[in-house]
Design a protein around this ligand. Sequence first.
Ligand code: ZN
Length: 454
Amino acid sequence: MTTPEETTLSAQAQDFLNRLFPLCRSLTDEGVRQILATLREVADFTIQEVPSGTVAYDWVVPEEWNVREAYIADSHGRRVVDFQQNNLHLVSYSIPFEGTLTFEELRPHLHTLPDLPDAIPYRTSYYNRTWGFCLSQRQFDALDRQETYFVKIDTVLAPGSLTYGEAVLPGRSGHEYLISTYCCHPSLGNDNLSGMVLWALLLRELSQRQRRHTYRFLIAPETIGALVWLSRNESIAPTIAGGFLLSTVAGPGPFGYKRTFLGNSIIDRVVRQTFRELRLDYIEYPFDINGSDERQFSAPAFRIPIGTICKDKYYEYTFYHTSLDNLDFISANALIQTLKLYLLAIEKLEMNRTYRSLMPYGEPMLGKRGLYPKLGGSIKQQAANLHLPHERRPYQVSEETILYGNELDAIRWLLFYSDGQTSLLDIAEKTSFPMRQLFDIAEKLVAHNLLEPV
Ligand code: ZN
């Protein structure tokens, strides 16, 4: 079921996952620049630098944080916790520190996850100036309580800049959609290395397609990056019709969809229709004020409806924000499956046209236009008609599973509903016909002067 094209895409995704995973990155640092430079091998986008101290509404771009080394050594000089082994060991934005401490003095600076004893937790201290180390519970338990420890944190916190990437793929419809992801988490696979790689692949794919709509791609550190972008694009943001926030897209578990704050926006509807047409199992999550940058993009001044299709949604999987969310946990194949869902959902945005019947006075005669089946008997026959099967297929996205319905019925429904107000998405929802079939037939009816696009 994997096509040669998917195999190539999957190998490419795996290559980027491998290369980008080890880089340490946070809100503002060299790691973010390296990530963005590498992703530009996939697709072109511009890089923006915003100086530390820049105000973005209630927030300020922090100083840049870079790490030279950080470790805890015992009295024999043996490093018991070392940032070089895993960059999750150091709390992000730890301030520089050097000193010898007893275990009891060190203890408040150590973070573990007792319930997941092999995992190193991911912790940050962006706006509270302190330092700390994260380690597995097993490492922690093995520390000698009588020992004195030498702690060295050679970090640099200094004025620099916040880096973000942006690309605009112009369309001609006047409608614009936002596709955003965040690049601030170090060495975590599903959250959100997977989202960044998918973002770049999606950008490349859409840049090569014919487009009706405009797509704006943004990759930035979470929260502060989104706020910086919004503050610089305050007049554009409220005109954006909707968007997607790419996060946690390559786990082994179920597909999920986090709704937009509206719950029934064009974004929600094209995503539901995508899963429905594929007969694919997924979990739909309500909009929640916890989450990612949809909190900023959907704030009262902007109100952009933002949805997220994920595979193993953040918060829902056990390894979330731990060292076990690594390259063994995610897979390039899963990432490509989710990429296809995004492409199918976006295809629906593109195909969602509205038509008006040019022959609204009852049914037009299809036979004389060659639109009526030559052979009688198949009309209303069960086996020849569309039925959404009961059996659903979990965790695979195959376009062959999009079930086309009876063409004559599709023609009749299209002619019936095309009143200049009812869109193809409306018709797909009312009738269960896949949008691609409705779109192809609608264009055929335009060629026969039975419909016109409005
Ligand atoms: Zn996260």
